[in-house]
Design a protein around this ligand. Sequence first.
Ligand code: BG6
Length: 369
Amino acid sequence: EKGGYDTFMEKEIHEQPQAVGDTLLGRTDEDGRLVLDELRISEEQLKNVDRITIVACGTAAYAGMVAKYAIEHWTRIPVEVALAHEFRYCDPIVSERTLVVSISQSGETMDTLMAVKHARELGALTVSVCNTHGSTIPRESDAVLYTHAGPEIAVASTKAFLAQITACYVLGLYLAQLRGGSYADDAAAVLKDLHEVPDKIAELLGSMDRVQEIARFMADTRSVLFLGRHVGYPIAMEGALKLKELAYIHAEGFAAGELKHGPIALIEPGQPVFIVVPGPDTPHGLHGKVVSNIQEIRARGARTLVIAQEGDTAVEPFADEIIRVPATSPMLAPLLTVVPLQVFALHLSTAKGLDVDQPRNLAKSVTVE
Ligand code: BG6
């Protein structure tokens, strides 16, 4: 049942090209335009949306954070991401023009369900991004956009995360398409790139030997930091979460720009730090800013584990290790950059002799508040 892999998590990591591909499948017409009739929300209603709030917990919330950058950029609709349990009890501002998008692999997370019910009571339009057919959250929502990752058994989410990000991209690109004009043109170009991502993930999965080795040598590590910026910021936090969940190691993800506002005090000789580097063509010179961050922490003795796009030579002087990912457009990079972090957590957990699929104290879906 594990398809020749030692653990479900490893199997599910390798199913990621398919999870992304299947989540895109059947959602475009022959002209390459997105068709989301399955939502059963009228175009009028969607065009009326003036604000989006994403509610989710854990890994799904990090998918939501990635989605915020992408959807705001593509549609210019303001997007807020709220942890479902915080949203429910913070007297949220919601109107009939608010689209509340919940993200949940299981469709049963009680915190997320309560947030959705509350949003509906307040009059919002609710869409569920969910991996489990017939589960509770889609039933309690106005509409559902299923992720097609297939059943996810390992407690720590991997392929569902990639599928969630993909579904949110689809939703964002669809909203951009509805806006028409240059929004629609830009969306069409991104969608083309998105269709190429599954092959790139497969290629990346074929080059993870060094990451495995690094993980094996780090079995005694007590703390790992993760830095990212823009869409790489939620990926840094997801990398840290995976390590906490699977290897019980203290791990923290930071926005790279925050470094000088505090976290740099943590850097001492030998401190391992993963850095998720934006592609060199990311707007606003963010690539150069993150390269400077690597330089700063390296000067203070950090061991820099750099995740950088193929062909990015600027990182080379400051990297102790470089993990290469295939190039893609800046917003889509998370579908690639998270993969080495998943593989790292998996192999560190294995090196410590821990139960990868069933980490202590965790449940696959938490059905109590
Ligand atoms: C946590 C799981 O309890 O719930 C995480 O351990 C998961 O892996 C989170 O991301 C949210 O779950 P779901 O099913 O709502 O996506």
